[in-house]
Design a protein around this ligand. Structure first.
Ligand SMILES: [Zn+2]
Length: 244
C-alpha cells in the first residue's frame, strides 16, 4: 500500500474520468484525491448517472426542481475541486439498474472522453461500517461502469452502433480506481486537501441539514494513527492496472 506523495507513479498528466451515481458522490467518496489530482495538473471530469432527484424531505419540491438544484450544486462543488467538465445522464435517482441500456450509455461516454484513468465505486460493497446499507444506485453504477470498461468500451463489436453509426472508436482505459470499497489496495494521503473536500461537500446545500455536525463528522475521519489535533486523512481505492 502506498500513501506517500508519489504513490500514483504517473509520469505524465492524466485524463481522469469519474463516473458515479449521484451529485455529491465524487466529493464524499474521493473529493480529497480529486483535489490532489487537479492540483498536480491532471485533468479530471465527471459523469453523474442520476441527478439525485429523490434526495429531499421537502414535500414542496418536485423531482424536476430538485434535479435543477442538484445540477447547480454539483457544478459548484466540482469547481471547488478544480473539475471543470461535468456531464449528467439524468437517469431517475433510486432506480438505477446495471442493465444494457446503462452500460451502453456509459460506454459512449468512455469512448467520447477517452480517459487514461477511470474512477467509480465498488459494486460489491453492500454494508458500510456495519451501520449502513450501501445505496442500490451506487452498486448499480459500479457494476455498469466496470462492465462498460471491459469489454464494452474496448471491443468495437460491443454496441456496434456506437462505432458504426456514431463514429466512436473503441477505447482502452489503463487503470480503474474503485472508491467506496472495503478492500482497498491503495491509500492516498489527502490531508492537505481535506479542507477543500469539506468545502466542496458543503456546496451540496440541499443535502445538508446540520452543516456543523457534518463538518465534525468529516474531521473525525482522521486515520487511526493520528489525532484530531494533528490529523491525517486518507482515501482508499481498489486500484486495477490492466496489463496488456
Ligand atoms: Zn450517492
Amino acid at each position: 500500500m502506498g500513501n506517500d506523495g508519489s504513490s500514483e507513479g504517473w509520469e505524465n498528466k492524466q485524463n481522469i474520468l469519474v463516473i458515479l451515481a449521484h451529485p455529491d458522490d465524487p466529493e464524499f467518496f474521493c473529493g480529497g484525491t480529486i483535489a490532489r489530482w487537479t492540483t498536480d495538473g491532471h485533468q479530471v471530469s465527471y459523469c453523474l448517472l442520476t441527478c439525485g432527484d429523490k434526495g429531499t424531505k421537502d414535500r414542496n419540491l418536485s423531482p424536476d426542481e430538485l434535479c435543477t438544484i442538484r445540477h447547480t450544486e454539483q457544478l459548484n462543488a466540482a469547481n471547488v475541486l478544480g473539475v471543470t467538465k461535468v456531464k449528467f445522464l439524468d437517469y431517475p435517482d433510486g432506480y438505477l439498474l446495471p442493465n444494457l441500456e446503462l452500460r451502453k450509455d456509459i460506454t459512449r461516454v468512455i469512448r467520447e472522453e477517452c480517459p487514461d484513468i477511470l474512477v467509480t465505486c465498488d459494486p460489491q460493497t453492500l454494508y458500510i461500517r456495519d451501520s449502513y446499507i450501501n445505496h442500490p444506485d451506487h452498486r448499480a453504477a459500479g457494476q455498469a461502469v466496470l462492465d462498460a470498461v471491459f469489454p464494452a468500451a474496448r471491443d468495437h463489436l460491443n454496441f456496434i452502433e456506437l462505432w458504426r453509426d456514431e463514429g466512436l472508436e473503441p477505447h482502452i482505459v489503463r487503470e480503474v480506481w474503485v472508491s467506496l470499497t472495503i478492500e482497498p489496495n491503495v491509500l492516498i494521503d489527502v490531508t492537505k486537501y481535506w479542507d477543500t473536500k469539506i468545502k466542496a461537500i458543503k456546496e451540496h446545500k440541499s443535502q445538508i441539514s446540520d452543516v456543523e455536525a457534518l463538518e465534525k463528522r468529516l474531521r473525525d475521519r482522521h486515520t487511526k494513527d493520528s489525532q484530531l489535533a494533528s490529523p491525517r486523512y486518507e482515501e482508499g481505492f481498489r486500484r486495477i492496472i490492466f496489463t496488456r
